[in-house]
Ligand binder design. Structure first.
Ligand code: PTT
Ligand code: SF4
Length: 608
């Protein structure tokens, strides 16, 4: 097998044992890598209804056939698991040296089961070892990584969790390189539940590719294309932070718990303000368009800013001071909390306080209160213990109609685009395979360009195309998608790299078929987990966007139309070959080569 190492490492933490699985080529051909490998393994090996925080849950780190190759932005890794936040499929994508080293160590993926009997870290290199780590337990992610770098040197790739993961906060993530975060739906909590504080990966080898010369030629071409892009210089200056001004102008910047799409202090938190504060640039490995902008925060620490972090910990909680937002961002990185869910739960708490549903008085934009909440959430104290469960569960417990403005889909909090006037983006959140996240389809810019008021079929077709590319191709090749989105590196280039690496002759259509297989299998996984509780309502955005119009700005009065949304959702199901409950039809599964899946799924729910 060329392009893949053909080897997956299996680790049983309970037994302290590891072995190598030399997998069948059909896994690679049918699922490519990354998310594809993860869902196939979870479907085959995870017992339905497993408690996500029990030793039986499976956590998988998966690279893809382009990961670690001399391809632009190839230092990415997908982390997948059953989510403790959503109880469905969860994954996230993190930029880390651990990704490159994993492939150099001779593995495409690591499957982790069981629970270590003491706090430990996993070392993967020439050998595989589970090492006791009592002295690391309780440390922040920055401190753990620095300590492990002292032991293994700067070329070791490290993934770790902070106190939030140890305390099983449901949206704790895995952190790498002091500012790269992955696994929004609770990867950090799953690691914490396994007593696994960190994973250290070293590797020296090279991945065997089919056509080394052609691969290098294409790699250099890609590298130069990015450098010569007219957008390159601006991207290097602002990275994802340029989106703040764009979102404000488009009235989609989530403000005060998604009540509004415009923030009166947006100018104070913009990419331009950030530019004046930057002290350091960072990036993922193998990246020649690094977008990590590091600033000095209000308390003198260093924080890496991104659009999502600033929108959610700024506008969404009413805070208009970028250095203070940077402090909250750094705390999230150090404790190992997802900034998107965090900005949502803090906004939710502020609104609950405003409405008198909780005793605590928490004002919009109160920096000190936000800091206190982050501490309480991380260590599960007071109100923090409730908020550590995420907005879906918190709203169930406090009641008072709060589920209407608990801003999540399937339990995963919504990322930073308000959808009062963006039906296709609302549908993207509703049908995302991990719950509300923009990763699989950031359709909003295109939607605004073609007319945001329209509820039509062309939008659904575009949504599926984006899901195939972003959620299918990029999450299974496992490289960063930003060169394609931001600097227009073509999809054909990625395909050439893939074919040169593997010796195959895949077309975009072949890739789309794999993407559809992955999507339907992820959907089957959700349904197997939810069984009788699954219905179409699972694919709906929160009621707020339908019921409470925007009260400010040029789109004042705008809200989503239920009928239009339902029409688009129905069409989405039809296009995917799913029935009107959102369940893949038997013949769809069969056409995708998932006959066995159809057989098993029919034990849980009636298939059409
Ligand atoms: C991703 C989500 C995002 S998406 C952001 S900012 W973004 C938030 N970043 C966080 C952070 O930082 N610290 C923290 N404690 N929590 C955070 N939560 C949020 O997590 C990220 C980049 C970005 S920046 C994006 S869009 C792209 N995402 C990619 C993707 O998903 N797939 C892919 N093939 N390429 C991608 N490239 C870009 O990577 P999740 P990273 Mg992330 C400080 O993890 O769970 O997928 O959630 O990976 O290495 O930090 O790079 O405006
Ligand atoms: Fe990482 Fe940004 Fe480079 Fe993508 S563009 S690989 S997210 S540094």
């Amino acid at each position: 097998m060329k392009g893949w190492t053909g080897r997956i490492l299996r680790v049983d933490l309970s037994k302290g044992k590891a072995c190598v699985w030399e997998y069948d080529g059909s896994l690679a051909l049918n699922f490519i890598g990354g998310r594809g490998f993860i869902i196939k393994i979870l479907w085959d090996e995870l017992k339905p209804a497993t408690d996500p925080l029990s030793p039986e849950n499976i956590m998988i780190l998966a690279a893809g056939p382009l990961t670690g190759l001399p391809a632009v932005s190839s230092g990415k890794l997908v982390i997948g698991f059953k989510s403790p936040l959503t109880y469905g499929y969860g994954d996230g994508n993190v930029g880390t040296l651990a990704a490159v080293n994993l492939r150099k160590a001779g593995y495409d993926a690591v499957v982790i089961k069981g629970k270590a009997n003491r706090p430990s870290y996993l070392y993967i290199g020439k050998n595989v070892e589970l090492i006791r780590a009592d002295e690391l337990w309780g440390l922040t992610t920055f401190k753990v990584e620095r300590e492990l770098k002292k032991r293994y040197g700067g070329r070791a790739g490290i993934l770790c969790i902070g106190p939030a993961g140890e305390n099983l906060v449901k949206y704790a993530t895995v952190i790498s390189q002091e500012g790269r975060s992955g696994g929004r739906p609770g990867a950090g909590a799953v690691m914490g539940s396994k007593n696994l504080k960190a994973i250290v990966i070293e590797g020296e080898g090279e991945v065997n590719v089919a056509d080394e010369r052609k691969l290098r030629e294409a790699a250099i071409e890609g590298f130069l294309k990015l450098k010569r892009s007219p957008k390159y210089a601006f991207w290097l200056r602002q990275g994802t932070m340029a989106t703040i001004s764009w979102s404000q102008k488009a009235c989609v910047l989530p403000t005060t718990n998604f009540k509004e799409g415009m923030f009166e202090m947006a100018e104070k938190i913009s990419g331009e303000v950030m530019e004046s504060m930057v002290v350091l640039k960072r990036g993922c490995p193998n990246c020649n368009m690094p977008c990590g902008n590091v600033v000095k925060d209000y308390e003198g620490g260093l924080a890496e800013l991104d659009y999502e972090n600033v929108a959610m910990l700024g506008a969404n909680i009413g805070l208009g001071d970028l250095s203070k937002i940077a402090t909250l961002n750094r705390m999230a990185d150090e404790y190992g909390l997802d900034t998107i869910s965090l900005g949502n739960v803090i906004g939710f708490a502020m609104e609950a306080s405003e409405k008198g549903l909780i005793e605590e008085e928490i004002e919009w934009g109160d920096f000190n209160a936000a800091k206190e909440l982050i501490e309480e959430i991380t260590f599960r104290k007071g109100l923090g213990s409730l908020l550590a469960e995420g907005t879906r569960e918190a709203s169930r417990r406090i009641g008072g109609g709060s589920e209407r403005w608990a801003m999540n889909v399937k339990g995963l909090e919504i990322s930073a685009y308000d959808c009062h006037a963006a039906p296709a983006m609302a549908l993207a959140y509703s049908t995302s395979p991990i719950g509300a996240h923009h990763k699989d389809a950031w359709i909003i810019a295109w939607e605004i360009s073609v007319g945001r008021e329209k509820y039509d079929i062309s939008k659904v077709k575009k949504l599926i195309e984006l899901q195939r590319i972003r959620g299918g191709i990029f999450e299974s090749l496992v490289v960063c998608r930003l060169p394609w989105i931001e600097l227009n590196l073509s999809l054909e280039w990625y395909l050439r790299m893939f074919n040169n690496a593997t010796g195959l002759r895949f077309t975009i259509q072949d890739m789309y078929s794999v993407a559809d297989r992955i999507y339907s299998l992820i959907r089957a996984f959700w349904i197997r987990e939810y069984k009788g509780a699954w219905d179409r309502a699972m694919d709906h955005p929160p009621a707020r966007w339908f019921e409470e119009p925007l009260t400010k700005g040029p789109l004042k009065g705008a809200k989503l139309k239920r009928e239009g949304f339902e029409t688009m959702l129905s069409y989405y199901y039809k296009e995917r070959g799913w029935d009107q409950r959102g369940i893949p039809k038997r013949n769809t599964l069969e056409k995708l080569g998932l006959k066995q899946v159809a057989e098993e799924l029919s034990n849980y729910i009636t298939l059409n």
